[in-house]
Design a protein around this ligand. Structure first.
Ligand code: ADP
Ligand code: MG
Length: 552
């Protein structure tokens, strides 16, 4: 095959330039376009899977070898193509998905440019087998069709791309390692599988199956790919699944954003999510999540990026707020418990219905006002009708853990609870301060005089006198005796969240049951009752398996 102009020596190009203007041959145009649409194996896999999805497939099998450079093979059971379309689809701007420019405003398919197949075929040895009832096989090398013949195939399409970039040595040289390509391809397949749970997907790498996902529900597909998530939110035009902040990672690989089921990369949305996590998470921690946004086709421009990876929103502020609020609400939503604890009354009750006066009280109040007496008759039947009045109470303290009975049995990590309360306290200037009877005096090192303002901002009243920090008032949750330890923690990174957590973890504190319970009550009035400021859970519900594990 001929070289692309990118590979031509400069002298050839200069020579060409002195000649008359010519119209470039079709294959050259395709190769140039291929630079944008198909820059690597992952982008090819993405285009081909999107085509399979657009074709209504329910099962898509993907295979790659040597990171995709040697082989990319996609097989689907979609609508397939008849012989004429099979030939046409390899031509640039051949698409069945839009007909007029107006259609661009209301795209519902993933493809629309009609560029991918032409581009992919122009830079590889390409084979297409497709059938809409009539099977056709087409072979092309570097974009030139070599063979067109009938073939036997069930309805659907198989595309094989071999020797990728063989005719563009410069591009081939700049390809990443096999390993890097394989992981990019895997990410693409996983993203599309996340967005299309009702389609089964399998990926084979170098002859070995890396995964096979059967058609299932959205939630199960997410758990299959990413593991368990703890929080879920459904708002208008938005569905999100978030892992607990404690599962945060050092980079964004666990984060998936979809606009109208199309995987996208969006720093804007990633930032909105981060802000939604607010003080539940450290600064450089990235919690795994899957976020699906629905946006009216005319409120988003997917046309800005040839690979349709980046999008532009008409109203960025609105999208930002929508996401941020939704994430926030995922954490403030009422806690739902996995499995209710059944409280059996110590003895059976029967209500005396005849005697109870009909009143305007709520059924619960009415019930508690009624006379109750013990009986031996029909206990099951009566128990079912009894409303259970839950009363929260502390059961026991074990070191830094508190057992509480709420509607359920909970274990509270008192250190995490303390850190949350302290952190929230430090967020308010002055108001929360309590004056000390005797001012605390802490010697300062050279250059530490500037600490004063930072401490003020945390509601710590202090002055500096002769290189000594004199503290007059502290937030309620910070004991004067512990303050030097807190200060030492804080000075290390000057981060409120890190300091609060480290400090509380380092305290050797013996909580009495009353203190512990009071702390738990305080937590419930905090900005977040689930997590400490670094995302560690504050409490967990005790379930049957936990107890079983204890006794094994
Ligand atoms: P686009 O997806 O933007 O239309 P492509 O170059 O990716 O452009 O595909 C060109 C056309 O080939 C599509 O519009 C579609 O009609 C057809 N096609 C491609 N892949 C498949 C497939 N797997 N099953 C059925 N038809 C397909
Ligand atoms: Mg396409």
């Amino acid at each position: 095959m001929g070289m692309s102009i990118r590979d031509a020596p400069i002298s050839d190009i200069l020579l060409t330039m002195t000649n008359k203007i010519i119209k470039l041959p079709e294959e050259v145009i395709n190769q140039i376009a291929a630079g944008e649409v198909v820059e690597n194996p992952a982008s090819i896999v993405k285009e081909l899977i999107e085509n399979s999805l657009d074709a209504g497939s329910t099962q898509i099998e993907i295979e790659i070898a040597a990171g995709g450079q040697q082989l990319i093979r996609i097989e689907d059971d979609g609508c397939g193509m008849g012989p004429e379309d099979a030939l046409l689809c390899l031509q640039r701007h051949a698409t069945s998905k839009i007909q007029t420019a107006d259609d661009l405003q209301s795209l519902t398919t993933m493809g629309f440019r009609g560029e991918a197949l032409a581009a992919i075929a122009s830079v590889s040895c390409f084979e297409l087998k497709t059938s809409d009832g009539t099977g056709t096989r087409i072979v092309a090398d570097g974009g030139t069709v070599q063979t067109v013949e009938p073939c036997a195939r069930n309805r659907g399409t198989t595309i094989e791309v071999r020797s990728l970039f063989y005719n563009i040595p410069a591009r081939k040289k700049f390809q990443k390692s096999q390993l890097a390509n394989t992981s990019q391809v895997t990410r693409v397949v996983e993203s599309l599988a996340l967005a299309h749970p009702t389609v089964s997907f399998s990926l084979t790498v170098n002859g070995r199956t890396s995964f096979a996902y059967q058609a299932t529900t959205q939630k199960e597909r997410i758990e299959e790919i990413l593991g368990e998530y703890e929080h879920e939110v459904e708002a208008p035009l938005l569905v999100g699944y978030f892992a607990s902040p404690a599962k945060a990672m050092a980079n964004r690989t666990g984060q998936y954003v979809f606009i109208n089921r199309r995987p996208i990369f969006s720093p804007l949305i990633a930032r909105a999510v981060k802000e939604g996590f607010a003080t539940r998470i450290a600064e450089h921690a990235y919690p795994p999540f899957v976020l699906f946004l629905e946006v009216a086709p005319d409120a988003v421009d997917v046309n800005v990026h040839p690979q349709k990876k980046e999008v532009r929103f008409r109203d960025e502020g609105a999208i930002f707020r929508r996401v941020q609020e939704a994430v926030l609400s995922a954490f403030t939503a009422p806690v739902t418990f996995a499995q209710p604890v059944v409280f059996t009354p110590p003895f059976s009750f029967q209500e005396s219905f005849e005697e109870s006066p009909r009143s305007s009280l709520s059924p619960l109040a009415e019930w508690t006002n009624r006379t109750i007496y013990q009986t031996e008759r029909e206990p099951e039947l009566i128990q079912k009708e009894l409303p259970v009045v839950f009363q929260e109470r502390a059961l026991a303290v074990f070191g830094s853990f508190l057992l509480v009975q709420k509607e359920h049995l909970l274990v509270v990590d008192l250190k995490a609870a303390h850190a949350r309360v302290l952190f929230d306290d430090l967020a308010h200037e002055k108001e929360a301060s309590q004056s000390l009877l005797w001012p605390l005096e802490i010697p300062l090192l050279m250059g530490e005089e500037s600490l004063e303002n930072d401490l003020h901002a945390m509601g710590i009243e202090c002055r500096i006198l002769h290189r000594t920090l004199v503290v007059d008032a502290l937030p309620k949750t910070l004991d004067a005796a512990d303050f030097p330890a807190f200060l030492a923690n804080w000075k290390e990174g000057k981060k409120r969240d890190v300091a609060a957590v480290r400090f509380c973890r380092s305290l050797k504190k013996n909580f009495s049951i009353d203190q512990a319970f009071a702390l738990w009550k305080q937590v419930q009035a905090c900005s977040d009752i689930h997590y400490d400021p670094l995302g560690n859970p504050i409490w967990k519900q005790v379930v049957e398996e936990d107890l079983a594990k204890l006794l094994k």
